[in-house]
Design a protein. Structure first.
Length: 323
């Protein structure tokens, strides 16, 4: 089974519009010009267009953010509390790969099914399959996303996406072995490297394309959840300008600017309205087929003050308390 990239992601939040403001005015994303499933109007007719008129808000209160030429990349849906990940959408090449994926998942004892035309339309894709990972994260596999080239960032941010996908996510997982087996043996991810930070505590990183990691699996006890999502910008100027917006808005910087040892990412981390952290970085390492995994004895070349085993464990425990 060959996953090409993390194409889109969806979260639950009590107030998605708070995320719209954060996504646009802090991160520099653009509200989607049409929400998934919405009628685009007639091409070339300047008098017709999506009824949501570029607000990024769907009638059910969901918010959709655009980072590039895809119609949308991040969906935020109304939920009673910060529900965390509601779905991760992994891109595949074609319909045949989707069917093959469903077959392989079922053979591996994983619940999986082909999605309906309506479910595909609700994500702006041509075809979709539905499953979940061993940590209970809902997964979707898709091909044929809708493209909308009219991306304009309000702060001139150029997100490093395309075939690399939207960025990466770092998940807390209760059963590391089950999740690692699932993402590698079944989904085809490969281990990039890992860091141990205590007995039975480790951060493990996996790639499915040249981005050093699309997925991080962190085990710090019996907790399933998300630690952070990373979005990559084109250069240090865009990252530093984002940091200025974060500081001006009084948003908590949870980890100062620093450079990771493994993926070379120059980044900072901040709190987000979702209850998990968002990492904004640049200069992430690209790997190829010759890449071999290794163990790192430390996480950072410099900086990243606030990102340490103690605070990561604290974040995990907060999720645990919510459960
Ligand atoms: Fe990260």
């Amino acid at each position: 089974m060959k996953v090409r990239s993390l194409g889109y992601i969806g979260f639950g939040a009590p107030d998605p519009k708070q995320w719209l403001d954060y996504g646009v005015n802090i991160i520099g994303a653009m509200p989607a010009r049409a929400y998934p499933g919405e009628d685009w109007g007639m091409p070339m007719d300047p008098t017709s267009g999506p009824a949501s008129a570029g607000s990024g808000v769907a009638p059910d209160g969901s918010v959709y953010l655009k980072l590039d030429e895809r119609q949308w990349r991040i969906g935020i849906h109304p939920s009673e509390d910060n529900a965390g990940i509601m779905y991760m959408g992994f891109e595949m090449a074609c319909y045949q790969d989707l069917e093959e994926a469903v077959k392989e998942l079922k053979e591996g004892g994983v619940p999986a099914r082909m999605g309906t035309a309506e479910e595909a339309r609700n994500r702006s894709v041509t075809g979709i399959a539905i499953s979940e990972d061993p940590a209970g994260n809902p997964l979707e596999f898709f091909y044929g996303p809708t493209k909308d080239y009219k991306f304009v960032s309000p702060y001139n941010v150029e997100f490093q996406t395309g075939s690399l996908g939207l960025g990466h996510v770092n998940l807390f997982v209760k059963d590391l072995k089950a999740c690692e087996d699932f993402y590698t043996w079944v989904l085809g991810f490969k281990l990039s490297d890992y860091i141990k930070f205590g007995p039975d505590l480790s951060a493990n990183f996996y790639h499915c394309n040249p981005r050093h990691h699309t997925l991080g699996l962190t085990h710090v006890g019996p907790v399933n959840g998300i630690h952070h999502m990373m979005l990559e910008m084109k250069n240090i100027d865009q990252v530093a300008q984002c940091l200025e917006r974060v500081e001006a808005a009084g948003i908590k910087v949870t980890s100062t600017l620093g450079r990771h040892t493994n993926d070379n990412m120059l980044s900072f981390y901040m709190s987000s309205p979702f209850g998990f952290e968002v990492e904004i970085g640049c200069e992430g390492l690209l790997v190829d087929e010759s890449w071999l995994p290794s163990e790192f004895c430390e996480g950072d070349v410099w900086g990243h003050k606030g990102l340490d085993p103690e605070t990561i464990t604290e974040s995990a425990q907060q999720i645990k308390q919510k459960d």
